[in-house]
Design a protein around this ligand. Sequence first.
Ligand code: AMP
Length: 504
Amino acid sequence: MQSFQELNVSAPLLQAIQELGYVTPSPIQAQALPILLGEPTDFLGLAATGTGKTAAFAIPLIERIDPSIHAVQAVVLCPTRELAIQVAQQIDLIGKIKGVKALPVYGGAGYGDQLKGLKRGPAVVVGTPGRIVDHLDRGTMKLDQVELVVLDEADEMISMGFKEDLEFILGHVPPGMSNTWLFSATMSPGVRKVADEYLRQPQQVQVNRTEMLPATIEQLYFCTQESNKPEILCKLIESADAFYGIIFCQTKSLVIDLTQYLRGRSYSVDCLHGDMDQSARERVMKSFRDKKVNVLVCTDVASRGLDVQGITHVLNYSIPREMDSYVHRIGRTGRSGQSGFAMSLVTPAQRGLIHRIEKFTQRKMKEGKIPTRKEVAMRKVGNLVEPFRGQVNFNKAIDLLDSSWKEELAGKTVEEIAGRFLCLLYPELFAADRAKEKEENAQPQQFSIQRNSERDGGGRSSRPDRRDRDRQPGGEGRDRRGGDSRSGKPHRGHRGFGRGPKRS
Ligand code: AMP
Protein backbone atom coordinates (compact mmCIF):
# COMPACT_ATOMS: atom_id res chain seq x y z
CA MET A 1 0.00 0.00 0.00
CA GLN A 2 1.39 3.40 -1.00
CA SER A 3 1.68 6.19 1.55
CA PHE A 4 0.07 9.63 1.11
CA GLN A 5 3.57 10.97 0.41
CA GLU A 6 4.10 8.50 -2.40
CA LEU A 7 0.76 9.57 -3.85
CA ASN A 8 2.22 13.08 -4.29
CA VAL A 9 0.11 14.86 -1.73
CA SER A 10 1.66 18.31 -1.07
CA ALA A 11 3.45 19.14 2.21
CA PRO A 12 0.74 21.37 3.80
CA LEU A 13 -1.90 18.72 3.19
CA LEU A 14 0.38 15.90 4.34
CA GLN A 15 0.86 17.69 7.64
CA ALA A 16 -2.88 18.20 8.09
CA ILE A 17 -3.60 14.55 7.21
CA GLN A 18 -0.99 13.43 9.70
CA GLU A 19 -2.61 15.58 12.40
CA LEU A 20 -5.92 13.88 11.59
CA GLY A 21 -4.24 10.55 12.32
CA TYR A 22 -4.56 9.10 8.80
CA VAL A 23 -1.54 6.84 8.37
CA THR A 24 -2.30 4.83 5.25
CA PRO A 25 -4.75 5.66 2.47
CA SER A 26 -8.03 3.71 2.54
CA PRO A 27 -8.74 1.55 -0.57
CA ILE A 28 -10.85 4.26 -2.26
CA GLN A 29 -8.15 6.86 -1.52
CA ALA A 30 -5.37 4.59 -2.83
CA GLN A 31 -7.29 4.13 -6.07
CA ALA A 32 -8.77 7.60 -6.55
CA LEU A 33 -5.91 9.87 -5.47
CA PRO A 34 -3.43 8.96 -8.26
CA ILE A 35 -6.18 9.80 -10.79
CA LEU A 36 -7.59 12.93 -9.16
CA LEU A 37 -4.18 14.39 -8.31
CA GLY A 38 -3.08 13.92 -11.93
CA GLU A 39 -4.32 15.60 -15.11
CA PRO A 40 -7.80 17.21 -14.75
CA THR A 41 -10.45 14.62 -15.52
CA ASP A 42 -14.06 13.71 -14.83
CA PHE A 43 -14.43 10.88 -12.36
CA LEU A 44 -16.87 8.26 -11.17
CA GLY A 45 -16.17 6.71 -7.75
CA LEU A 46 -18.34 3.89 -6.44
CA ALA A 47 -17.83 3.94 -2.70
CA ALA A 48 -20.10 4.25 0.30
CA THR A 49 -19.95 6.16 3.55
CA GLY A 50 -17.26 4.90 5.88
CA THR A 51 -14.74 4.14 3.16
CA GLY A 52 -12.85 7.43 3.46
CA LYS A 53 -14.44 8.77 0.27
CA THR A 54 -14.65 12.33 1.65
CA ALA A 55 -10.88 12.65 1.95
CA ALA A 56 -10.55 10.88 -1.43
CA PHE A 57 -12.13 13.93 -3.08
CA ALA A 58 -11.29 16.58 -0.46
CA ILE A 59 -7.50 16.15 -0.83
CA PRO A 60 -7.34 16.64 -4.63
CA LEU A 61 -10.06 19.32 -4.44
CA ILE A 62 -7.99 21.37 -1.98
CA GLU A 63 -4.86 20.85 -4.10
CA ARG A 64 -6.69 22.52 -7.00
CA ILE A 65 -7.84 25.59 -5.04
CA ASP A 66 -6.00 28.90 -5.20
CA PRO A 67 -6.78 30.48 -1.80
CA SER A 68 -5.86 33.97 -3.05
CA ILE A 69 -8.81 33.98 -5.49
CA HIS A 70 -12.01 35.18 -3.81
CA ALA A 71 -14.54 33.34 -5.94
CA VAL A 72 -16.19 29.93 -5.77
CA GLN A 73 -13.77 27.48 -7.42
CA ALA A 74 -15.32 24.21 -6.26
CA VAL A 75 -18.84 23.10 -5.27
CA VAL A 76 -19.61 19.91 -3.37
CA LEU A 77 -23.27 18.78 -3.43
CA CYS A 78 -24.54 16.52 -0.65
CA PRO A 79 -27.98 15.00 0.00
CA THR A 80 -28.39 16.24 3.60
CA ARG A 81 -27.41 19.14 5.79
CA GLU A 82 -25.59 16.84 8.22
CA LEU A 83 -23.40 15.48 5.46
CA ALA A 84 -22.80 18.99 4.08
CA ILE A 85 -21.65 20.19 7.50
CA GLN A 86 -19.36 17.19 7.94
CA VAL A 87 -17.82 17.47 4.50
CA ALA A 88 -17.20 21.19 5.02
CA GLN A 89 -15.55 20.43 8.37
CA GLN A 90 -13.31 17.80 6.79
CA ILE A 91 -12.27 20.21 4.02
CA ASP A 92 -11.47 22.84 6.68
CA LEU A 93 -9.34 20.34 8.60
CA ILE A 94 -7.40 19.05 5.58
CA GLY A 95 -7.12 22.54 4.07
CA LYS A 96 -6.25 24.48 7.22
CA ILE A 97 -2.48 24.74 6.62
CA LYS A 98 -2.93 25.65 2.97
CA GLY A 99 -5.58 28.20 3.99
CA VAL A 100 -8.56 26.61 2.22
CA LYS A 101 -11.95 26.79 3.94
CA ALA A 102 -15.38 25.61 2.86
CA LEU A 103 -18.67 27.43 3.34
CA PRO A 104 -21.57 25.10 4.20
CA VAL A 105 -24.84 26.20 2.54
CA TYR A 106 -27.92 24.16 3.36
CA GLY A 107 -31.68 24.37 3.70
CA GLY A 108 -33.51 24.60 6.98
CA ALA A 109 -31.17 27.37 8.18
CA GLY A 110 -31.50 31.16 7.86
CA TYR A 111 -30.08 32.99 4.85
CA GLY A 112 -28.26 35.69 6.84
CA ASP A 113 -24.98 33.91 7.65
CA GLN A 114 -24.93 32.17 4.29
CA LEU A 115 -25.31 35.48 2.43
CA LYS A 116 -22.53 37.06 4.52
CA GLY A 117 -20.31 34.04 3.82
CA LEU A 118 -21.05 34.12 0.09
CA LYS A 119 -20.24 37.85 -0.11
CA ARG A 120 -16.72 37.05 1.13
CA GLY A 121 -16.18 34.92 -1.99
CA PRO A 122 -15.51 31.48 -0.50
CA ALA A 123 -13.24 29.21 -2.57
CA VAL A 124 -15.29 26.11 -1.75
CA VAL A 125 -19.03 25.80 -1.17
CA VAL A 126 -20.49 22.58 0.24
CA GLY A 127 -24.24 22.42 0.17
CA THR A 128 -27.54 20.71 -0.37
CA PRO A 129 -28.90 21.07 -3.90
CA GLY A 130 -32.14 22.86 -3.01
CA ARG A 131 -30.49 25.73 -1.17
CA ILE A 132 -27.79 26.14 -3.81
CA VAL A 133 -30.50 26.41 -6.47
CA ASP A 134 -32.18 29.09 -4.32
CA HIS A 135 -28.93 31.09 -4.17
CA LEU A 136 -28.39 30.75 -7.92
CA ASP A 137 -32.00 31.87 -8.52
CA ARG A 138 -31.51 34.91 -6.28
CA GLY A 139 -28.17 35.71 -7.88
CA THR A 140 -26.44 35.48 -4.50
CA MET A 141 -24.05 32.75 -5.68
CA LYS A 142 -22.05 32.73 -8.90
CA LEU A 143 -20.47 29.65 -10.36
CA ASP A 144 -18.73 31.25 -13.34
CA GLN A 145 -15.26 30.51 -11.95
CA VAL A 146 -16.02 26.98 -10.80
CA GLU A 147 -13.47 24.40 -11.93
CA LEU A 148 -14.80 21.44 -10.03
CA VAL A 149 -18.20 20.05 -9.02
CA VAL A 150 -18.36 17.04 -6.69
CA LEU A 151 -21.61 15.08 -6.41
CA ASP A 152 -21.35 13.26 -3.09
CA GLU A 153 -23.73 10.33 -2.46
CA ALA A 154 -25.25 10.92 -5.91
CA ASP A 155 -27.55 7.90 -5.61
CA GLU A 156 -29.09 9.39 -2.48
CA MET A 157 -29.53 12.81 -4.04
CA ILE A 158 -31.27 11.26 -7.03
CA SER A 159 -33.52 8.99 -4.96
CA MET A 160 -34.50 12.00 -2.84
CA GLY A 161 -35.71 13.76 -5.98
CA PHE A 162 -32.83 16.22 -6.45
CA LYS A 163 -32.08 15.21 -10.06
CA GLU A 164 -33.52 18.40 -11.58
CA ASP A 165 -31.67 20.55 -9.06
CA LEU A 166 -28.39 18.79 -9.90
CA GLU A 167 -28.98 19.43 -13.59
CA PHE A 168 -29.82 23.07 -12.90
CA ILE A 169 -26.60 23.54 -10.92
CA LEU A 170 -24.43 21.71 -13.46
CA GLY A 171 -25.98 23.97 -16.10
CA HIS A 172 -24.57 27.04 -14.26
CA VAL A 173 -20.98 25.78 -14.38
CA PRO A 174 -18.84 27.02 -17.28
CA PRO A 175 -18.91 24.26 -19.91
CA GLY A 176 -15.60 22.75 -20.96
CA MET A 177 -13.60 24.45 -18.18
CA SER A 178 -14.63 22.36 -15.23
CA ASN A 179 -14.58 18.76 -14.08
CA THR A 180 -17.30 16.75 -12.38
CA TRP A 181 -16.50 14.04 -9.85
CA LEU A 182 -19.40 11.79 -8.97
CA PHE A 183 -19.34 9.60 -5.86
CA SER A 184 -22.08 7.07 -5.23
CA ALA A 185 -22.56 3.91 -3.18
CA THR A 186 -24.42 2.28 -6.05
CA MET A 187 -24.68 2.53 -9.79
CA SER A 188 -28.47 2.93 -9.92
CA PRO A 189 -30.14 3.64 -13.28
CA GLY A 190 -30.58 7.27 -12.15
CA VAL A 191 -26.88 7.62 -11.38
CA ARG A 192 -25.97 5.98 -14.70
CA LYS A 193 -28.15 8.52 -16.51
CA VAL A 194 -26.59 11.53 -14.79
CA ALA A 195 -23.11 10.08 -15.35
CA ASP A 196 -23.81 9.50 -19.04
CA GLU A 197 -25.15 13.00 -19.49
CA TYR A 198 -22.74 15.06 -17.43
CA LEU A 199 -19.42 13.22 -17.14
CA ARG A 200 -16.98 13.36 -20.05
CA GLN A 201 -14.94 10.18 -20.41
CA PRO A 202 -14.81 9.70 -16.68
CA GLN A 203 -12.16 7.54 -15.08
CA GLN A 204 -13.88 5.02 -12.85
CA VAL A 205 -12.94 3.44 -9.54
CA GLN A 206 -14.95 0.98 -7.49
CA VAL A 207 -14.42 -0.22 -3.97
CA ASN A 208 -15.64 -3.78 -3.62
CA ARG A 209 -18.48 -4.42 -1.26
CA THR A 210 -16.27 -6.58 0.90
CA GLU A 211 -13.72 -3.77 1.20
CA MET A 212 -16.47 -1.38 2.21
CA LEU A 213 -17.33 -3.17 5.42
CA PRO A 214 -14.64 -3.20 8.06
CA ALA A 215 -13.72 -6.76 9.06
CA THR A 216 -13.95 -5.65 12.67
CA ILE A 217 -17.78 -5.55 12.60
CA GLU A 218 -19.49 -8.59 14.06
CA GLN A 219 -22.88 -9.03 12.42
CA LEU A 220 -25.62 -10.72 14.42
CA TYR A 221 -29.34 -11.14 13.96
CA PHE A 222 -32.03 -11.99 16.49
CA CYS A 223 -35.26 -13.60 15.41
CA THR A 224 -38.34 -12.44 17.31
CA GLN A 225 -41.94 -11.35 16.98
CA GLU A 226 -42.47 -7.66 16.21
CA SER A 227 -44.25 -7.12 19.54
CA ASN A 228 -41.30 -8.41 21.58
CA LYS A 229 -38.77 -6.12 19.96
CA PRO A 230 -38.84 -3.32 22.58
CA GLU A 231 -38.07 -5.73 25.41
CA ILE A 232 -35.37 -7.55 23.44
CA LEU A 233 -33.80 -4.27 22.42
CA CYS A 234 -33.48 -3.34 26.11
CA LYS A 235 -31.90 -6.71 26.88
CA LEU A 236 -29.35 -6.25 24.11
CA ILE A 237 -28.44 -2.77 25.32
CA GLU A 238 -28.17 -3.86 28.91
CA SER A 239 -26.17 -7.00 28.29
CA ALA A 240 -23.49 -5.14 26.30
CA ASP A 241 -20.10 -4.52 27.93
CA ALA A 242 -20.49 -0.90 26.90
CA PHE A 243 -23.17 0.60 24.71
CA TYR A 244 -22.71 3.73 22.61
CA GLY A 245 -24.95 3.08 19.69
CA ILE A 246 -27.45 3.98 17.01
CA ILE A 247 -30.84 2.30 16.65
CA PHE A 248 -32.32 2.47 13.18
CA CYS A 249 -36.07 2.49 12.55
CA GLN A 250 -37.86 2.57 9.24
CA THR A 251 -40.21 5.49 9.95
CA LYS A 252 -40.07 8.69 11.92
CA SER A 253 -43.17 7.88 13.94
CA LEU A 254 -41.54 4.65 15.06
CA VAL A 255 -38.44 6.67 15.98
CA ILE A 256 -40.59 8.96 18.15
CA ASP A 257 -42.46 6.07 19.79
CA LEU A 258 -39.35 4.03 20.49
CA THR A 259 -37.51 7.02 21.93
CA GLN A 260 -40.41 7.68 24.30
CA TYR A 261 -40.43 4.04 25.32
CA LEU A 262 -36.71 4.02 26.08
CA ARG A 263 -36.94 7.34 27.93
CA GLY A 264 -39.74 5.86 29.99
CA ARG A 265 -37.31 3.14 30.99
CA SER A 266 -34.68 5.71 32.02
CA TYR A 267 -32.25 5.22 29.17
CA SER A 268 -30.09 8.13 28.17
CA VAL A 269 -31.58 8.42 24.68
CA ASP A 270 -32.32 10.97 21.99
CA CYS A 271 -33.58 10.84 18.43
CA LEU A 272 -33.08 12.22 14.94
CA HIS A 273 -35.79 12.28 12.29
CA GLY A 274 -36.70 14.26 9.22
CA ASP A 275 -39.24 16.55 10.89
CA MET A 276 -36.79 18.07 13.34
CA ASP A 277 -35.50 21.53 12.54
CA GLN A 278 -31.82 22.19 12.05
CA SER A 279 -31.07 23.54 15.51
CA ALA A 280 -32.77 20.55 17.16
CA ARG A 281 -30.76 18.15 15.00
CA GLU A 282 -27.51 19.91 15.81
CA ARG A 283 -28.31 19.88 19.51
CA VAL A 284 -28.98 16.14 19.41
CA MET A 285 -25.83 15.43 17.39
CA LYS A 286 -23.74 17.42 19.84
CA SER A 287 -25.06 15.63 22.89
CA PHE A 288 -24.50 12.26 21.19
CA ARG A 289 -20.97 13.17 20.10
CA ASP A 290 -20.23 14.47 23.61
CA LYS A 291 -21.61 11.15 24.95
CA LYS A 292 -24.20 12.95 27.06
CA VAL A 293 -26.60 10.42 25.54
CA ASN A 294 -25.42 6.96 24.61
CA VAL A 295 -28.42 5.79 22.59
CA LEU A 296 -29.51 7.55 19.39
CA VAL A 297 -32.70 6.42 17.64
CA CYS A 298 -33.03 7.56 14.04
CA THR A 299 -34.24 7.06 10.50
CA ASP A 300 -31.88 6.43 7.59
CA VAL A 301 -32.26 9.90 6.15
CA ALA A 302 -31.69 11.76 9.39
CA SER A 303 -28.51 9.82 9.99
CA ARG A 304 -27.04 10.04 6.52
CA GLY A 305 -23.36 10.82 6.58
CA LEU A 306 -23.39 10.79 10.37
CA ASP A 307 -19.76 10.33 11.32
CA VAL A 308 -19.23 9.70 15.01
CA GLN A 309 -16.17 8.00 16.40
CA GLY A 310 -16.29 5.09 18.82
CA ILE A 311 -19.78 3.73 18.09
CA THR A 312 -19.93 0.27 19.65
CA HIS A 313 -23.31 -0.90 18.31
CA VAL A 314 -25.58 -0.36 15.34
CA LEU A 315 -28.98 -1.88 16.00
CA ASN A 316 -31.48 -2.41 13.21
CA TYR A 317 -34.78 -2.28 15.07
CA SER A 318 -36.38 -2.47 11.64
CA ILE A 319 -34.24 -4.24 9.10
CA PRO A 320 -33.90 -2.23 5.89
CA ARG A 321 -35.20 -3.76 2.70
CA GLU A 322 -32.59 -2.00 0.59
CA MET A 323 -29.21 -3.68 0.84
CA ASP A 324 -27.33 -0.41 0.50
CA SER A 325 -29.11 1.01 3.52
CA TYR A 326 -27.91 -1.97 5.52
CA VAL A 327 -24.29 -1.38 4.49
CA HIS A 328 -24.60 2.37 5.13
CA ARG A 329 -26.07 1.79 8.56
CA ILE A 330 -23.65 -0.77 9.91
CA GLY A 331 -20.61 1.05 8.48
CA ARG A 332 -21.04 3.54 11.32
CA THR A 333 -19.42 1.14 13.73
CA GLY A 334 -16.12 -0.72 13.44
CA ARG A 335 -14.31 2.39 12.19
CA SER A 336 -10.57 2.97 12.32
CA GLY A 337 -9.87 -0.66 13.21
CA GLN A 338 -12.08 -0.63 16.32
CA SER A 339 -14.45 -3.53 16.88
CA GLY A 340 -18.18 -3.04 16.60
CA PHE A 341 -21.46 -4.94 16.65
CA ALA A 342 -24.19 -4.74 14.04
CA MET A 343 -27.35 -6.34 15.42
CA SER A 344 -30.57 -6.76 13.49
CA LEU A 345 -33.98 -7.70 14.85
CA VAL A 346 -35.92 -9.78 12.35
CA THR A 347 -39.33 -11.41 12.45
CA PRO A 348 -39.60 -15.06 11.37
CA ALA A 349 -41.08 -13.85 8.06
CA GLN A 350 -38.00 -11.70 7.43
CA ARG A 351 -35.45 -14.49 7.76
CA GLY A 352 -35.11 -14.55 3.97
CA LEU A 353 -33.70 -11.01 4.10
CA ILE A 354 -30.76 -12.28 6.11
CA HIS A 355 -29.69 -14.49 3.22
CA ARG A 356 -30.02 -11.57 0.81
CA ILE A 357 -27.87 -9.41 3.05
CA GLU A 358 -25.25 -12.15 3.39
CA LYS A 359 -25.12 -12.51 -0.37
CA PHE A 360 -24.84 -8.76 -0.87
CA THR A 361 -22.14 -8.15 1.73
CA GLN A 362 -20.39 -11.47 1.15
CA ARG A 363 -20.23 -11.82 4.92
CA LYS A 364 -21.82 -14.35 7.21
CA MET A 365 -24.26 -13.17 9.86
CA LYS A 366 -24.54 -15.16 13.08
CA GLU A 367 -27.87 -15.85 14.76
CA GLY A 368 -27.52 -14.33 18.21
CA LYS A 369 -29.04 -15.74 21.37
CA ILE A 370 -31.37 -13.35 23.14
CA PRO A 371 -29.94 -12.90 26.63
CA THR A 372 -32.06 -14.23 29.46
CA ARG A 373 -33.15 -11.97 32.28
CA LYS A 374 -30.62 -13.70 34.48
CA GLU A 375 -27.79 -12.94 32.06
CA VAL A 376 -28.88 -9.31 31.81
CA ALA A 377 -29.12 -9.16 35.60
CA MET A 378 -25.64 -10.62 36.03
CA ARG A 379 -24.20 -8.09 33.60
CA LYS A 380 -25.94 -5.19 35.35
CA VAL A 381 -24.85 -6.32 38.76
CA GLY A 382 -21.30 -6.91 37.48
CA ASN A 383 -21.24 -3.38 36.08
CA LEU A 384 -22.06 -2.04 39.55
CA VAL A 385 -18.76 -3.15 41.12
CA GLU A 386 -16.81 -0.11 39.94
CA PRO A 387 -19.37 2.53 40.95
CA PHE A 388 -19.89 0.64 44.24
CA ARG A 389 -16.18 0.90 44.98
CA GLY A 390 -16.19 4.61 44.11
CA GLN A 391 -18.86 5.68 46.66
CA VAL A 392 -17.28 8.40 48.77
CA ASN A 393 -20.33 9.39 50.83
CA PHE A 394 -21.05 6.00 52.35
CA ASN A 395 -20.19 7.25 55.86
CA LYS A 396 -22.71 10.08 55.56
CA ALA A 397 -25.27 7.53 54.35
CA ILE A 398 -24.62 5.32 57.40
CA ASP A 399 -25.53 8.33 59.61
CA LEU A 400 -28.95 8.39 57.95
CA LEU A 401 -29.82 4.90 59.18
CA ASP A 402 -32.11 5.29 62.18
CA SER A 403 -32.96 2.71 64.85
CA SER A 404 -35.56 0.94 62.69
CA TRP A 405 -32.88 0.40 60.02
CA LYS A 406 -30.41 -0.83 62.61
CA GLU A 407 -32.98 -3.30 63.90
CA GLU A 408 -33.70 -4.46 60.36
CA LEU A 409 -30.03 -5.00 59.54
CA ALA A 410 -29.16 -6.77 62.76
CA GLY A 411 -28.54 -10.45 62.28
CA LYS A 412 -28.51 -10.33 58.46
CA THR A 413 -25.42 -11.35 56.53
CA VAL A 414 -23.61 -8.88 54.28
CA GLU A 415 -24.72 -10.93 51.21
CA GLU A 416 -28.35 -10.77 52.28
CA ILE A 417 -28.16 -7.00 52.71
CA ALA A 418 -26.47 -6.58 49.32
CA GLY A 419 -29.05 -8.89 47.73
CA ARG A 420 -31.95 -6.94 49.17
CA PHE A 421 -30.50 -3.66 47.85
CA LEU A 422 -30.02 -5.16 44.39
CA CYS A 423 -33.70 -6.19 44.36
CA LEU A 424 -34.61 -2.63 45.29
CA LEU A 425 -32.42 -1.24 42.51
CA TYR A 426 -33.54 -3.63 39.77
CA PRO A 427 -36.97 -5.04 40.66
CA GLU A 428 -37.63 -5.89 37.01
CA LEU A 429 -34.74 -8.32 36.89
CA PHE A 430 -36.05 -10.57 39.58
CA ALA A 431 -39.80 -10.22 39.16
CA ALA A 432 -40.36 -12.44 36.14
CA ASP A 433 -40.28 -16.18 36.26
CA ARG A 434 -38.78 -18.23 33.48
CA ALA A 435 -42.13 -19.25 32.05
CA LYS A 436 -43.08 -15.64 31.51
CA GLU A 437 -39.83 -14.93 29.80
CA LYS A 438 -40.24 -17.92 27.50
CA GLU A 439 -43.68 -16.72 26.57
CA GLU A 440 -42.36 -13.21 25.87
CA ASN A 441 -39.72 -14.49 23.51
CA ALA A 442 -42.14 -16.66 21.60
CA GLN A 443 -45.67 -15.24 21.62
CA PRO A 444 -46.88 -12.26 19.65
CA GLN A 445 -48.58 -9.69 21.86
CA GLN A 446 -50.76 -6.75 21.04
CA PHE A 447 -48.85 -3.51 20.53
CA SER A 448 -51.00 -1.88 17.89
CA ILE A 449 -49.16 1.45 18.08
CA GLN A 450 -46.06 -0.25 16.82
CA ARG A 451 -47.76 -1.69 13.80
CA ASN A 452 -49.35 1.70 13.09
CA SER A 453 -45.97 3.34 13.40
CA GLU A 454 -44.51 0.98 10.86
CA ARG A 455 -47.34 1.66 8.47
CA ASP A 456 -47.36 5.39 9.00
CA GLY A 457 -44.99 7.35 6.84
CA GLY A 458 -43.98 4.75 4.34
CA GLY A 459 -44.69 1.24 5.55
CA ARG A 460 -42.56 -1.23 3.69
CA SER A 461 -40.50 1.27 1.85
CA SER A 462 -37.40 2.80 3.33
CA ARG A 463 -37.48 5.67 0.88
CA PRO A 464 -36.70 8.82 2.75
CA ASP A 465 -39.53 11.20 3.53
CA ARG A 466 -39.49 13.93 0.96
CA ARG A 467 -39.92 16.47 3.72
CA ASP A 468 -36.27 15.85 4.47
CA ARG A 469 -35.59 17.75 1.28
CA ASP A 470 -33.96 20.97 2.15
CA ARG A 471 -36.07 23.15 -0.13
CA GLN A 472 -39.14 22.64 1.92
CA PRO A 473 -39.00 25.14 4.72
CA GLY A 474 -36.85 23.63 7.37
CA GLY A 475 -38.34 20.18 6.98
CA GLU A 476 -40.22 21.00 10.14
CA GLY A 477 -43.87 20.95 11.10
CA ARG A 478 -46.61 18.61 12.03
CA ASP A 479 -46.80 15.14 10.69
CA ARG A 480 -49.79 13.38 9.25
CA ARG A 481 -51.05 12.15 12.59
CA GLY A 482 -51.20 15.62 14.01
CA GLY A 483 -48.48 15.23 16.63
CA ASP A 484 -45.94 17.93 17.25
CA SER A 485 -42.95 16.14 15.91
CA ARG A 486 -40.59 19.06 16.57
CA SER A 487 -40.93 18.61 20.25
CA GLY A 488 -40.90 14.84 19.94
CA LYS A 489 -44.09 14.93 22.05
CA PRO A 490 -46.41 11.97 21.67
CA HIS A 491 -49.32 12.10 19.34
CA ARG A 492 -52.78 12.33 20.75
CA GLY A 493 -54.00 8.86 21.44
CA HIS A 494 -50.45 7.60 21.83
CA ARG A 495 -50.42 4.42 23.82
CA GLY A 496 -46.72 3.92 24.00
CA PHE A 497 -45.13 0.57 23.46
CA GLY A 498 -47.20 -0.95 26.14
CA ARG A 499 -45.90 -2.67 29.14
CA GLY A 500 -42.56 -3.33 30.55
CA PRO A 501 -41.43 -2.36 33.99
CA LYS A 502 -39.67 0.92 34.55
CA ARG A 503 -35.99 0.70 35.08
CA SER A 504 -35.99 2.91 38.10
P1 AMP B 1 -16.00 8.82 5.04
O1 AMP B 1 -16.19 7.56 4.26
O2 AMP B 1 -15.43 9.91 4.22
O3 AMP B 1 -17.28 9.21 5.75
O4 AMP B 1 -14.90 8.54 6.18
C1 AMP B 1 -15.11 7.65 7.23
C2 AMP B 1 -14.17 7.93 8.40
O5 AMP B 1 -12.85 7.49 8.10
C3 AMP B 1 -14.03 9.39 8.80
O6 AMP B 1 -14.12 9.44 10.21
C4 AMP B 1 -12.66 9.80 8.34
O7 AMP B 1 -12.11 10.80 9.19
C5 AMP B 1 -11.89 8.50 8.46
N1 AMP B 1 -10.78 8.36 7.49
C6 AMP B 1 -10.76 8.78 6.20
N2 AMP B 1 -9.60 8.44 5.62
C7 AMP B 1 -8.87 7.80 6.55
C8 AMP B 1 -7.57 7.18 6.55
N3 AMP B 1 -6.78 7.16 5.47
N4 AMP B 1 -7.14 6.62 7.70
C9 AMP B 1 -7.93 6.61 8.81
N5 AMP B 1 -9.16 7.16 8.87
C10 AMP B 1 -9.63 7.74 7.75
